[in-house]
Design a protein around this ligand. Structure first.
Ligand SMILES: [Zn+2]
Length: 484
C-alpha cells in the first residue's frame, strides 16, 4: 500500500451537495484518492495523522486561464489597460524570453499557484518562441508537481534584433508551432488518461481576429492529436468585433465539451445557450477583465444559463495567482451590479459565498471536463485539497466556514496543499523546493529579460500602437454595424 493520510477533526467544506459542510469531520486519503469523509473514521493501517482542529479542509482551487510563464513580469502591468498589455507583454517581453526564462517562469508560476491553494491550472502558453521553449515550459509544470493542462498556443511573438525569436524559422516555416504540437503530443502525452497529472491542450489563434476556416483547422488538428482542452480568448467587451465566432463554430458543429472559452464577456444569449447545450467551459478572469476594460465578467450570467462557469487568474503581470482574490472581487462586483439594478434597497442577498466557492472549485472541474476526478471532497475523487488553519488574527473566530474562505482567508493561511494525495505544501511551506535558491535564479532571469527587452526598436513599438488604434476603430465600426 502507498501513502495513507488521515485528517482528523476538521471542518470539511466539501462543495459536494450530498456531503455539505461538516464540523468535526475526518478525511481519509489512500494512494492519492479520497477514501472516506465523516466523523470518527476508523482505519486499520497506521496513517500519517494530520490534526484538523480549528482548520478547514476544502477542495483545491481550479484556475482555468493562466499565462503561467509571465512570473518574471509580476506587477509590471499594475496600471495597464488591455492595449498596454498587448503592446508590452506580447510585443516586447514575450519575445525577450529565452528557453531557461520560460522554464523558470512556468516552474515558479506553478509553485506560486500551489502556495495559494491552486491545485489545477490551465496553462495557456503563448511564449513558445522555439520548440525548445515548449519542452522547457512542460518541464517547469512537471517539476512543480501541479495538476495542469498545458495548452500549446499558436501565438508568434514578433522578431526584432536581440529578441529570442529565430527570424529564419518564422519566415520560412510560419506554421511550425502547429507541426510541433504533434512532436509534443507524442513525446509527453501518449497515455492520454484523464488522471495524468499533466495533460495536453491547445490554445487557438485569437478567435475574434482569425478567419473561421483557420480556427476550424486548428480545432480539428487539436482533436486529432488528442488534446483534452482547446481554449482561446473570446468576446471581451469593446474588443469584440461582433462577428459572433462562437455562434459560427456552433453552426459548424465544432462546439464540444473540450472547448474552454476564456472571458466571453460579450457572448450573446443564443451563444450562451449553445455553450451550455454542448457543455463547453467558460473562464472568467475578474481581475484582468475589470481592470483592463474587457466588460463585466460573465461567470454568474453564464452559470444561470446552465454553462460550466469557472475562474482564472490570467496574467500575473497585474494580478496575484490568488483565487481567493478572484472570488472576492467577482462576488462583490456581481452583488453590486445586481443591487444597482433594483429600484429599492435590497432586502435579501443576491449571491452567496457558497455559489462563488463552487465556481472556483467544482465549476472549474466541470469547465475542463474533470468533475469526476477533482473539484470537491468526495470519496473516490483524487485528493487535491487544502487545509486552511483558522489561527491568524483575521480568522478567529470562523462562524461561517464558507464565508471565512471566500471573504477572509488568503494563501498564507493555507497550512497544507495536497495534489493527487502528495503533500506539496506543509506547515505553510512548499515541500519540494529550495525556494531561497530558486528565488535568486528567478531574479537573474528577470535581469536578463529586462536587459534584452531594452533592445526592442521603439519605432516598431510605436508603429504597432498606431496599428492597434486603427484595428480598434475597425472593430468598433464592425461591432456597431453588427449590432444595428
Ligand atoms: Zn489570457
Amino acid at each position: 500500500m502507498g501513502s495513507v493520510h488521515l485528517i482528523k477533526n476538521a471542518t470539511v467544506v466539501s462543495v459536494d451537495k450530498s456531503i455539505g459542510t461538516v464540523p468535526n469531520c475526518d478525511v481519509l486519503i489512500e494512494d492519492g484518492v479520497i477514501k472516506a469523509v465523516g466523523p470518527n473514521l476508523k482505519y486499520s493501517s497506521s496513517p500519517n495523522i494530520i490534526d484538523g482542529t480549528n482548520a478547514i479542509v476544502s477542495p483545491g482551487f481550479i484556475d482555468t486561464h493562466r499565462h503561467t510563464w509571465q512570473t518574471q513580469l509580476r506587477s509590471i502591468g499594475s496600471d495597464y489597460v488591455l492595449s498596454d498589455y498587448i503592446l508590452n507583454l506580447r510585443q516586447i517581453y514575450g519575445a525577450s524570453y529565452s528557453v531557461h526564462d520560460a522554464y523558470l517562469g512556468n516552474l515558479c508560476g506553478a509553485l506560486d499557484s500551489i502556495d495559494n491553494g491552486i491545485t489545477y491550472l490551465i496553462d495557456h502558453c503563448h511564449v513558445i518562441n522555439s520548440p525548445e521553449h515548449a519542452d522547457a515550459v512542460i518541464k517547469g509544470l512537471q517539476e512543480a508537481k501541479i495538476r495542469a493542462t498545458f495548452c500549446y498556443a499558436m501565438y508568434a511573438n514578433p522578431h526584432w534584433e536581440g529578441s529570442c525569436i529565430d527570424k529564419q524559422r518564422e519566415q520560412q516555416t510560419p506554421d511550425w508551432r502547429l507541426q510541433d504540437t504533434v512532436r509534443i503530443a507524442k513525446k509527453y502525452f501518449q497515455s492520454g488518461k484523464d488522471d495524468d497529472l499533466i495533460r495536453m491542450g491547445f490554445a487557438l489563434s485569437e478567435p475574434d481576429l482569425t478567419p473561421v476556416d483557420r480556427l476550424v483547422q486548428e480545432i480539428d488538428h487539436a482533436r486529432h492529436i488528442g488534446c483534452k482542452v482547446i481554449t482561446g480568448h473570446f468576446n471581451f467587451g469593446k474588443w469584440d468585433p461582433g462577428n459572433c465566432i462562437v455562434r459560427q463554430l456552433g453552426q459548424r458543429g465544432l462546439l464540444e465539451r473540450d472547448i474552454l472559452l476564456s472571458h466571453g464577456n460579450t457572448l450573446r444569449d443564443d451563444e450562451l445557450e449553445i455553450v451550455a447545450k454542448h457543455g463547453c467551459g467558460i473562464s472568467s478572469t475578474p481581475d484582468t477583465e475589470l481592470q483592463m476594460g474587457m466588460s463585466h465578467p460573465v461567470a454568474f450570467k453564464a452559470k444561470d444559463r446552465g454553462c460550466s462557469a469557472s475562474l482564472g487568474v490570467d496574467v500575473c503581470c497585474s494580478a496575484p495567482a490568488d483565487i481567493f482574490a478572484q472570488m472576492r472581487l467577482l462576488l462583490q462586483a456581481q452583488r453590486h451590479l445586481e443591487h444597482e439594478a433594483q429600484d429599492k434597497a435590497p432586502l435579501e442577498m443576491s449571491r452567496s459565498c457558497q455559489e462563488i466557492l463552487e465556481i472556483a472549485t467544482i465549476g472549474g472541474a466541470k469547465a475542463v471536463g474533470l468533475e469526476n476526478l477533482i473539484g470537491s471532497i468526495t470519496p473516490g475523487k483524487r485528493a487535491d485539497l487544502l487545509i486552511t488553519r483558522c489561527d491568524a488574527p483575521r480568522l478567529v473566530p470562523a462562524h461561517d466556514p464558507v464565508g471565512t474562505l471566500v471573504l477572509y482567508a488568503n494563501g498564507s493561511d493555507i497550512d497544507t496543499v495536497m495534489i493527487n494525495g502528495e503533500i506539496v505544501k506543509s506547515g505553510g511551506k512548499l515541500t519540494n523546493v529550495d525556494w531561497p535558491k530558486l528565488r535568486e535564479e528567478l531574479r537573474t532571469s528577470v535581469t536578463n529579460i529586462m536587459e534584452r527587452s531594452k533592445k526592442v526598436p521603439m519605432e516598431e513599438v510605436a508603429a504597432t500602437r498606431d496599428y492597434m488604434v486603427k484595428v480598434l476603430d475597425v472593430i468598433n465600426q464592425r461591432r456597431k454595424a453588427n449590432s444595428a
